[in-house]
Design a protein around this ligand. Structure first.
Ligand code: 0RA
Length: 638
């Protein structure tokens, strides 16, 4: 069949509008996708996948295939209805071209009520197009296949009919533009994680993922939805009951789904989604959920006389100890707040979630007395432990240990008293601690050496943790307190910098510290106070020329700049301790020459997950993990 253009190419006001729109996106990509780093890059993939998920939500799509191609492009193919190709009355062009170059996809077509158009999400596939070196779209619809190609967002030819089609659907393939994006290398694991999450949240869909660069292939389909999500989060833990509690309710136009399960551990894992977006910073829906949980469990326990009338009830912390839950709400007009737009702001949603969970959870408790008994017993034990922790804290406080006056003896504090200027280095080992002390700028840099292993918070309650000297020293130095006695305004250093060796022990300590922060003082990470120092792996010297390399690639680059191997001595640092104070200061500590990595809440969540797998009670997930990551963990000593 001969190729046939759809519509007539007319160069009029609408092409000017397209060009203006494109250049706005290319000039300020951050405004549309948050950043141009790896996070922004993966946001492009999400944006395209979300468009297919909208078809799933409209009940029109059951399969999505995401492929990372060998040429650095990514393609997303679905079996939805296909983007319309009919001539758009206002623009006199095929709707497909309009969606790809101007419109927020869906906004004019109302495919599904709960579109994500808040914050950085739902910005439209034209944004992906504008930030791509090239993008190709194929639509199967009306018995035909249509095709169009764009370069940097501009169509290079009209939409053409390229053949017949017996099915319907859309395939979008794009190669991110390296002149705008800081990185263009997709991370298969990051993408797979998001696809898996989407398959739990949308149990109707099957998502196939393949990475042609590595040959890896995975299929995600979870008919059990968010209940199965909770079970998956708890694979490495021992659950108090099975299956998880599942509730579904509607309040006004808001759809509310919740699955929860308790484990015999002490930590809380709550994942909250709004229109499929992970709201890592919580928001009104999470506040409503917490209020309902505390209220419902207290009411139930009091009605049965398990809490006496005169007694103080269960606190929020008590009812969340050992809780794993997934909350998924669908909101008509979501408002996302905060720096990363990961917090729900709609005030009406708090009451809606609270009322729905109050009603459905109390019904559930009435109908499942043995589950109710086990989870309330658990919360009552948590309340007792909280009381014990309070006493332990009082005791340490009276000894002056947790107060500003009694700073830990190991801390080499800085002179400045302005927290915004101050940095605290947490250094692995006394010897590297000593070097860091010599190398620091004592005006604003404080050093706390950490000896031995930090206690694993997965296995200890707060009262037990406070008996650990290293943890007490850490908490005291940081200043904001711990448990329900926290006050960020008492933070003594705005930068808390983990400085550990680049070996297995070092990464172990880093994982434990991140888990501790994530679990016990998450506000530190949420407000961006935690960093990881980057120490060099190599020192290269040729005569008086010295270079440091942080990766093998950098080492090779430095070597070629030196003009080859000849006369070059290469030192490979096995630990921080092998550097002298001056070298450590220059490469790793001094603000002008160092490189710090800011820890995100996702990084910390991953550290926590790793901790659960590697130190949890269950043997099987650990075995599986080690098998899958055999190369990276050959020397693991947990
Ligand atoms: C607008 C209207 C309709 C479908 C779509 C857009 C659509 C967009 C994307 C993006 C990726 N995959 C997609 N699939 C469909 C509805 C068209 C109709 O009613 O037939």
């Amino acid at each position: 069949m001969a190729q046939q253009a759809v519509g007539t190419p007319a160069y009029d006001a609408s092409s000017i509008q397209v060009l203006e729109g494109l250049s706005a996106v290319r000039k300020r990509p951050g405004m549309y996708i948050g950043s141009t780093d790896a996070r922004g890059l993966h946001h492009l993939v999400s944006e395209v996948v979300d468009n297919s998920i909208d078809e799933v939500l409209a009940g029109a799509c059951s399969e999505i295939e995401v492929t990372l191609r060998a040429d650095g492009s990514c393609s997303v193919r679905d079996n939805g209805r296909g983007i319309p190709v009919e001539i758009h009355p206002k623009y006199q062009r095929p709707a497909l071209e309009i969606v790809m170059t101007i419109l927020h996809a869906g906004s004019k077509f109302e495919r599904n009520a709960y579109k994500v158009s808040g914050g950085l999400h739902g910005v439209g596939v034209h944004v992906v197009n504008a930030l791509s070196e090239w993008l190709e779209v194929r639509v199967r619809r009306n018995g035909h296949e249509y095709f169009q190609r764009y370069e940097r967002g501009t169509p290079v030819a009209p939409v053409v009919m390229v053949g017949d089609a017996t099915s319907t659907g859309t395939e979008t393939r794009f190669k991110p533009d390296g002149s705008i994006m800081e990185t263009t290398t997709f991370d298969g694991e990051t993408i797979a994680r998001r696809l898996k999450e989407l398959s739990f949240l949308n149990p109707e869909v099957t998502i196939h993922f393949s990475d042609e660069r590595s040959g890896a292939q995975q299929t995600f389909h979870h008919a059990g939805g968010i209940s199965e999500f909770v079970e998956d989060l708890n694979v490495a833990a021992s659950a108090l009951f099975r299956p998880p509690v599942y509730l579904h309710a509607r309040r006004d136009t808001t759809d509310i789904e919740l699955a929860l399960q308790y484990t015999d551990g002490y930590n809380e894992t709550t994942l909250a989604f709004v229109n499929n977006i992970n709201t890592v910073d919580g928001g009104t829906h999470v506040i409503g959920l917490r209020a309902a949980l505390t209220r419902t469990l207290n009411d139930y326990a009091r009605e049965r006389g398990w809490i006496k009338a005169e007694k103080e009830g269960l606190s929020g912390e008590d009812v969340r100890e050992g809780l794993t839950c997934v909350l998924s709400v669908k909101v008509l007009e979501p408002q996302f707040e905060g720096q990363t737009k990961a917090k729900l702001g709609n005030s009406e949603v708090k009451g809606q979630v609270e009322s729905a969970v109050n009603e459905k959870l109390s019904e559930y408790l009435e109908e499942h007395p043995s589950v109710s008994q086990s989870l309330i017993t658990k919360a009552l034990q948590a309340a007792e432990a909280r009381e014990a922790a309070r006493k332990a804290r009082e005791l340490t406080r009276r000894k002056g240990l947790l107060e500003g006056g009694g700073l830990p003896g190991k801390l080499a504090d800085c002179h400045s008293r302005d927290p915004a200027q101050c940095e605290l280095f947490l250094v692995e080992g006394d010897s590297a601690g000593g070097t860091a002390k010599q190398g620091r700028d004592r005006e604003f840099q404080a050093i706390l050496p950490l000896r031995g292993k930090i206690l694993n918070v997965e296995k200890a309650r707060l009262d037990k943790m406070l008996q650990n000297e290293a943890i007490r020293a850490l908490i005291t130095a940081i200043g904001i307190g711990i448990g329900d006695d926290q006050d960020v305004s008492r933070l003594r250093y705005h930068k808390i910098i983990l400085m550990t060796d680049a070996d297995v022990d070092g990464s172990h300590i880093r994982t434990l510290l991140l888990t501790l922060f994530y679990r016990k003082v998450p506000v530190l990470i949420q407000e961006g106070h935690v960093y990881i120092a980057q120490a060099p792996l190599y020192r290269l010297q040729k005569g008086s020329r010295i270079a440091y390399a942080f990766t093998d690639e950098e080492r090779d680059k430095a070597l070629s700049e030196f003009g080859g191997m000849k006369g070059v001595t290469i030192q490979r640092y096995k630990g921080l301790g092998e550097m002298n104070a001056e070298q450590l200061a220059e490469t790793t500590m001094h603000p002008a020459s160092r490189e710090l990595l800011k820890v995100t809440i996702e990084d910390a969540a991953r550290a926590n997950e790793l901790c659960q797998i590697l130190m949890g009670e269950e043997v099987e997930p650990r075995r599986q993990y080690i098998e899958e990551h055999a190369v990276e963990v050959t020397n693991l000593d947990v």
